[in-house]
Design a binder for this molecule. Structure first.
Ligand SMILES: [Zn+2]
Length: 669
């Protein structure tokens, strides 16, 4: 997820994504092969006794929730039993819980930041429609063996001490839970859903219910990790099981991040739907009487995945586009990264006016986004499905801490977005594919980074970025660009192996950025500390330019110009930015001969000198466009007779189009 601005940016980026015909993936020669993924999948299948399913994760939590939806008041009345297994290795007495829906209150930290960033309403007089407020109230807390602890609940604000923020509470137990023991919490709670805002809520009779129940924090790095809900933060939770009973009117069509294991009609016109899900860390659901359900399936290395597509009225034309992107993404990830172990994926298409519920990920359930007029050349529906499905690997399975290291989810996901979208829809056409305008995903990621190149490092805690634009441009765009540059440096096969190993080693374990960087070093066998220091934890800008390229006659003092002419050519390359990175330099002469130099970039400049019977025709830094981090491609080359203005002009049109489309989608959401 993102903040408003970044979400609009991603949505626009996503929205910039372009589609293609149904056979493209099958025909694409760039399809990756990763025999390791298949071998690993086979092995894990073989290890489990027939008929018995091994848990994929260390199951810390077991949630049982009973929830009744009131469609008149847009409220949910619910009770929750949480069994928490103390695997922290020490006694635990104080348990923090998230109450995410309380972010949608006027004085919350989330809202304060939203006003600061100007992402929802700007200016002193601009208001916020109260229909977008929402809340969650825990009315009762009991703990097995310890009685009623409702009055032991206390709101805490570990991040900013804003005492008006009620997105985290702590329950102090009268006695500690020993290591290895379990504690059972019983809670009653009431949700007031907002009209759709930040991916959650209702719009007319459509419901997208996410982050809607009290969720315990994570014991991580030897302390509780339970941050407040911020304008730029996402989520972090432990794995376990969910058993959820939803009571909704019988007319509702419901989709959820779980298997439907029971359905009972009640005498009062409602029905109770029972869902079960395991080895996940969240549960979300949607309801609407107007969905058209499209059932499909895809078979990969671990078996068949059922696809449930819930389409809103007027959007059916986008259904094949969603399915094509989803199946293509499933196949790419299966081969490039590793197996998708769940047997289902639900895609929710929000109705007209509820696009704000789109573009979000939950375990085994994602929300997409389209419009009845969506042209084929604008690959928004494809891009959003690819992006949100990608999160199943990073957010849902690897499950890094999105509050503190958002780049490991959104950033790695954005890098894979480039890979998948380019493979499915073409490098130059994976965002826009019109006869009059085309654009590719990697360019979009780079452009988004370059709009905010030096405010924040990737490693900043998500709520501590300079603003939501910097959060979006750096977390998504810069990470993708950093990894694309690394891919060119290491080679695509090596990078594929990095991603594959990282996923296999760390799925279901909450790894850290260090784990990711260590994997890159291990797999590549290279010392990349200097690159990581600058690209990951630094804000240095990378920019190389050809400062000078000219030729001079060696015997310039000879007045009679007879015989073969010998020239001395000088090419000066300048490292304009502080980012040091090795680059190639290609010098071409007017007799078509050329020289390829390799500069380590450590000094501030270097001069190459040649003597040959030809003059320099052009000089170019990074002629193969490997260094995507380079801020300015225009100064990379110097052509002695050429005219670079056309290139400048084209680039400006692209930047303008990008901005324009971002704005367009900001208006219509
Ligand atoms: Zn995302």
């Amino acid at each position: 997820m993102l903040t408003w601005n970044s979400r609009v940016r991603i949505k626009a980026a996503v929205l910039l994504l372009v589609g293609l015909t149904a056979s493209a993936f099958a025909k694409n020669p760039r399809q990756p092969r990763a025999p390791q993924a298949k071998a690993a999948a086979e092995k894990s299948k073989a290890a489990a006794p027939a008929g018995e399913k091994q848990p994929l994760s260390t199951r810390v939590v077991a949630y049982q929730i009973q929830a009744a939806l009131d469609t008149r008041e847009h409220k949910i009345k619910a009770s929750e039993t949480l069994t928490y297994k103390n695997l922290t290795g020490q006694p635990q007495q104080n348990f923090p819980f998230h109450l995410y829906l309380n972010a949608f209150q006027p004085q919350s930290t989330f809202m304060t930041e939203v006003r600061l960033y100007g992402t929802r309403g700007t200016g002193a007089e601009s208001g916020w429609d109260p229909k977008h407020f929402g809340s969650i109230t825990v009315t009762k807390l009991q703990v097995d063996g310890m009685g009623d602890l409702t009055n032991k609940m206390q709101f805490i604000q570990p991040d900013d001490h804003n005492t008006e923020d009620r997105t985290v509470f702590q329950a102090a137990l009268p006695k500690p839970i020993p290591p290895g023991a379990s504690v059972v919490f019983h809670m009653d709670f009431d949700d007031i859903l907002p009209e759709v805002v930040e991916r959650t809520g209702y719009k007319r009779d459509f419901y997208m219910v996410g982050q809607w129940f009290p969720k315990v924090g994570v014991w991580w790095k030897n302390q509780w990790n339970c941050h407040q809900f911020h304008a730029t933060t996402e989520f972090f939770a432990d794995f376990g099981t969910f058993d959820v009973n939803l009571i909704v009117p019988q007319s509702e069509i419901v989709g959820a991040g779980g298997d439907l294991v029971g359905s009972t009609n009640n005498p009062d016109g409602t029905k109770t739907l029972t869902f079960h899900s395991e080895d996940v860390h969240d549960f979300s659901w949607t309801a609407s009487p107007h969905y058209t359900v499209v059932e499909d399936s895809w078979t990969g290395s671990t078996g068949t995945v059922k696809i449930h597509l819930l389409m809103s009225p007027g959007h059916m034309r986008s259904a094949p586009r969603y399915l094509h992107a989803l199946k293509g993404t499933l196949a790419y990830y299966d081969q490039y990264v590793g197996p998708y172990p769940y047997d289902r994926i639900t895609v929710v298409d929000p109705p007209h006016g509820a696009l704000d519920a789109g573009g979000m990920e939950y375990p085994t359930l994602i929300t997409a986004g389209t419009a009845w007029f969506m042209p084929r050349g604008l690959l928004a529906p494809e891009g959003v499905v690819e992006h949100e499905f990608g999160h199943q690997y990073w957010y849902a399975m690897v499950a890094t801490n999105e509050f503190e290291e958002a780049w490991l989810d959104e950033g790695i996901n954005s890098y894979l977005e480039v890979k998948v979208m380019d493979a499915l829809y073409g490098k130059q056409t994976s965002i826009l594919n019109f006869p009059f305008a085309q654009a590719g995903e990697s360019q979009e990621q780079r452009t988004s980074y370059l709009s905010v190149p030096d405010f924040d490092p990737l490693t900043r805690f998500a709520w501590q970025f300079e603003g939501s634009n910097s959060y979006g441009g750096v977390t998504y765009g810069k990470t993708a660009t950093v990894l694309l540059t690394l891919e060119k440096f290491l080679g695509e096969d090596k990078m594929r192996e990095v991603m594959h190993q990282y996923f296999l080693r760390y799925r279901f374990t909450h790894p850290t950025g260090e784990d990711f960087l260590k994997t890159i070093q291990d797999v590549s066998g290279q010392d990349l500390h200097s690159y990581f220091d600058q690209a990951v934890s630094g804000t240095n800008i990378l920019d190389y330019e050809i400062d000078d390229a000219h030729s001079d006659r060696v015997k310039w003092y000879e007045i009679t110009r007879t015989g073969p002419k010998l020239y001395r050519t000088y090419v000066t390359v300048h490292r304009k930015g502080d980012f040091v990175f090795p680059v190639d330099v290609k010098i071409t002469f007017d007799d078509k001969s050329s020289v390829l130099e390799h500069w380590d970039g450590r000094d501030r400049w270097i001069r190459y000198t040649y003597e040959r019977p030809a003059q320099v025709a052009s000089a170019e830094v990074d002629p193969d466009r490997k260094v995507w981090l380079d801020r300015n491609f225009f100064n990379n080359g110097r052509s002695i007779d050429g005219d670079d203005r056309a290139v400048h002009k084209l680039m400006n049109i692209w930047v303008f189009a990008n901005e324009w489309i971002s704005q367009l989608f900001a208006w219509i959401t």
